[in-house]
Ligand binder design. Sequence first.
Ligand SMILES: O=P(O)(O)O[C@H]1O[C@H](CO)[C@@H](O)[C@H]1O
Ligand SMILES: O=c1cc[nH]c(=O)[nH]1
Length: 236
Amino acid sequence: MTPHNHAKAGDYADAVLLPGDPLRAKWIAETFLDAPELVNSVRNCLGYTGTYKGKRVSVQASGMGQPSLAIYAHELINTYGVTTLIRVGTCGGLNAKVKVRDLILAQAASTDSAIVKGRFGAFNFAPIADFGLLRSAADKAEAAGMRYHAGNMLSSDIFYHADGMAGYDKLPEHGVIGVEMEAAALYTLAARFGVRALTICTMTDCLITGQEIDADQRQTSLREMVSVALEVAIEG
Ligand SMILES: O=P(O)(O)O[C@H]1O[C@H](CO)[C@@H](O)[C@H]1O
Ligand SMILES: O=c1cc[nH]c(=O)[nH]1
């Protein structure tokens, strides 16, 4: 047990999906998992374990932002022995080629966060996805006919930039295609502790075109993203 998680040893599967939103964790558990059991509800940051296609898998909400995700990821890895962490999030679009509902597989994650930047002194560490998980997710999205983009994500500590698009500076012109708030910390912790991590996001609002997902599309496209993540998770 930890200050943020009252699950017992063995309550989590080796692979855990990490949505930001606790209610998305509940929806994933109730919609996709067989015999889901609530294993954590501290702060309402819900965690569940069940089976998917006969294999044990968990889902744990990470909250919003890198400090919050870092707490849950750190504890899942170091207290509960989790070895595969797959974030299933939403993100904004920073490239017009990425349409709402498209998946972004975060191959790498740039960041403005001190949680990563403060750790490497003179160096700019490059947080990257586990290649096996990335390749598997790309294969599965492709096989299912989904639109997806593998590329550089921005994990920002700031949702409301005071300067609007200028807040993203030169990142879009250097190939950064989406923005969310957790992947870089997840990849950095995975690297530090020698486990596997991937971030998959559904693009819900394009900051370039102003296009936004509507309520009906949101559920369908999150469903597609979660199916891909679960298929990757149970591969072991
Ligand atoms: O939908 P989730 O997984 O929460 O992800 C995105 O949504 C939140 C901001 O609205 C941030 O957590 C961001 O990363
Ligand atoms: O624009 C967006 C949309 C989702 N999540 C973010 O962090 N930014």
